[in-house]
Design a protein around this ligand. Structure first.
Ligand code: ADE
Ligand code: ZN
Length: 334
């Protein structure tokens, strides 16, 4: 209990979190009652969250997304997610929203939905003191043409909504590497967007090289870097932030046993490690749980946890002065 209190007091940023994956079964029941033909009870909602491998997980993610239909639905999902984060002492979150799914499966416009998300974001900033930046995720296996729509929408809306900070490619790496997105990443960078990519989650180290080669500034998962000594050296030298998601890797079957997870080896090799929850509701986890796992299973001390929290602030896309203020607040912590 004592350690949980310490973890909650640490000012933390969550850098790898999917809005749709933060929708709990209870919220899903509430959402389902809003729409014709979709009503579910809690048992049915919980059943949606069952899967046995990575492909099954992506299907579960899609099933949840199907219940997010209106601006009010996206507003509720955003608000509940931010409430849960604020309770854990998260001061800032950079959240993926699967704009690619909205375009590809739903074939509808994203802006009207985004207005709801922004309402919840500004309310949470005022009432809970937590800030949020959006990262538009393209879902890589829908291909570069679909990704272009997503990234160009991010670029177009950024002027009006400065909370849109970057872009990413989640989805299934086994179906496409990062290279086909090279030109789109260049275009997004030129438009002032920050570049992230899921990399080395379900594939080997070549997936991480690919993401670095197209200019990704932050890497989601990077599980397979451990297999490539040259890559490990480069990641350490460049201090490329890694968005590590331990529970996610276990639940999707990307890492079979917690003791095999490379997080501690990355940390000891001087890599820029951050801890994240990815899809907390789908994985039955939460950010504070990732820190607790680190302490219990990987021997991270309080000082280490503080360093991991500081890394999350440093690796965020926040302006320098806010980073400095947040890091100062961490110094006095007992
Ligand atoms: N979309 C949501 N979570 C994801 C993950 N862990 N990997 C790839 N795509 C995702
Ligand atoms: Zn993810």
């Amino acid at each position: 209990m004592e350690i949980l209190r310490y973890i909650r007091k640490l000012p933390k940023a969550e850098l790898h979190l999917h809005l749709e994956g933060a929708v709990t079964a209870e919220t899903l029941v509430e959402l389902s009652a809003r729409h014709e033909g979709g009503r579910m009870d809690l048992a049915a909602a919980r059943a949606l969250f069952h899967y046995t491998d990575f492909s099954g997980f992506l299907m579960a993610f899609k099933a949840v997304t199907e219940h997010l239909r209106t601006a009010e639905d996206y507003e509720l999902a955003t608000w509940r997610m931010l409430q849960a984060l604020a309770r854990q002492g998260v001061v800032h979150a950079e959240v993926y929203v699967s704009v690619g799914v909205v375009y590809y499966w739903r074939r509808c416009e994203f802006e009207p939905l985004f207005v709801g998300m922004e309402r919840a974001r500004t309310r949470a900033e005022a009432e809970l003191g937590i800030s949020l930046y959006w990262i538009f995720d393209a879902v890589r296996h829908f291909g570069p043409e679909e990704a272009a729509r997503v990234f160009r929408k991010a670029a177009e809306l950024r002027g009006q909504f400065p909370s849109i900070v970057g872009i990413g490619i989640g989805g299934d790496e086994r179906r496409t590497g990062a290279e086909p997105f090279r030109e789109l990443y260049e275009e997004a960078r030129a438009a002032g967007l920050r570049l992230t990519a899921h990399a080395g989650e379900t594939v080997g180290a070549e997936g991480i090289w690919g993401a670095l080669n197209i200019g990704a500034e932050r890497l989601g998962h990077a599980l397979s870097a451990i297999d490539d000594a040259e890559l490990m050296e480069l990641l350490a030298e460049r201090q490329v932030p890694l968005e590590i998601c331990m529970t996610s890797n276990l639940r999707t079957g990307c890492c079979l046993r917690l003791e095999d997870h490379p997080v501690r080896r990355y940390f000891d090799a001087g890599l820029m490690v951050t801890l994240n929850s990815d899809d907390p509701a789908l994985f039955g986890s939460a950010l504070e749980n990732e820190y607790r796992l680190g302490q219990e299973h990987f021997g991270f001390t309080r000082e280490h946890l503080r360093e991991l929290a500081a890394n999350s602030i440093e690796a965020s896309f926040l302006p320098g002065e806010r980073k400095v203020a947040l890091l100062r607040g961490m110094e006095s912590l007992e």
